[in-house]
Design a binder for this molecule. Sequence first.
Ligand SMILES: C[S@@+](CC[C@H](N)C(=O)[O-])C[C@H]1O[C@@H](n2cnc3c(N)ncnc32)[C@H](O)[C@@H]1O
Ligand code: SF4
Length: 421
Amino acid sequence: MARKQITTGFSCGCSHINIQRRVKMTKGQALLRKEVFGGTLFNSDSGKRAYINRDEYESISQSGSVPEHLQREIQLSTDSVLIREPSYLPGNNFSAPDTIFFEITRACNINCTFCFNNSGRRMSNEMSDAQRLRLVQDLINSGVQEVRLTGGEPLVVNVVYDIIRLLRRNGLRTSIGTNGILVKPDIARRLADVGLNLAVVSVDGMRSVHDSIRGAGSFRKTMKGIIELKHVGIPVRVNTVVMKSNIDEVVRVTEFFSNLSVPVMIRRLIPAGRADNMSGEMLSQEEYEVLRKRLGHLTSDSTKHVRGHYIKDDKVAPRISLPFERQSCSAGHRGMVVLPDGNVQTCGFLGPLGEMSVGNLVNERFSGVWRKLVDSQHIESMRFLLPGYNSSTSGPKTNCLAIALALKSSDVQPLHFMRSK
Ligand SMILES: C[S@@+](CC[C@H](N)C(=O)[O-])C[C@H]1O[C@@H](n2cnc3c(N)ncnc32)[C@H](O)[C@@H]1O
Ligand code: SF4
């Protein structure tokens, strides 16, 4: 049944975003963002997304309801939709990134050997809570559909609950990336109460290997944290970083969690931050081949939900053709990163490798920063690194700009988006 659409007359106070039209917020409501090709339709509960054409966009926009075939595609249980219309629809990119990775602090309760952004101590110029909340409201207004709260350890910052509540009230999918250690029963309950959609918990080996990377006693506390999250009904995914020294352990972690029906994402090591001298730990093409075979019984089982860089991805062709290529690397395309001081970068890994910030959200609105990025040569100038890297590597061919940047040969000239040393 179509729901009546209400125009709120909402304005973010800047010239880039025109309208936010609101329909009664219900669980399972879709988000729709206008694009040059039509729109990006998103179900923040399932995390499913579909690109729709201009006719479909107009039809939803006028009726205020999502037709049944699109409801099925994004596993939506209602027809209601919240529409956001960024006023600038670039021809070479989406009108806003789908996901913002918001590093809310660099403070961390542990000190992992490989941490790419050197987390531990808070930065001296981290935003205040009021600035963080204003920034999150700005992200909501800009058409972003998903926010991952990360760090550092997001659970060391108290305002995290208010941020999640604000995001969820506005229909955005909200997840945290956490080491899980601080998740006690009361913390898990608070996270559930504010509506967290997903906890992504890092596990890099079984007990002794995990503890050797993340500190004595970490494994036991993280496992307890996972149990508490599951207990209050928060979906959990495990992220595990694969290196030469923990390949066997990554197989064990993947089997262990898959058997408990917990999805697992196997991530490659990026040699940045505390890992900047660890490129020798990165897997070769042949080692990935062996790992793929060892995990084949899990990756081929659709009930197990195992994914991984160079292992298995969920790539599906977009349902409509887009006027630009949908890149597998999300940097500056489907994803952006906001740092604890408000600086905006295209990817969390690129900043520690020297990428300059595109803007700062203490003083600028996100829509303006996005426009600056998509109108610049920033992304194209990074992509030129890929062919050179791919033709010289013994590792797998990649679309990852961070890997290409970290391991580029020394005779590659500094790029204009790099900070000068
Ligand atoms: C920086 S942490 C922040 C969230 C939280 N503290 C945690 O550990 O999950 C975000 C993710 O990056 C991963 N990570 C850290 N250093 C990495 C590196 N050098 N290469 C690849 N992933 C890394 C962590 O394992 C974690 O899954
Ligand atoms: S990887 Fe996460 S838990 Fe480990 S030091 Fe970095 S921010 Fe902290």
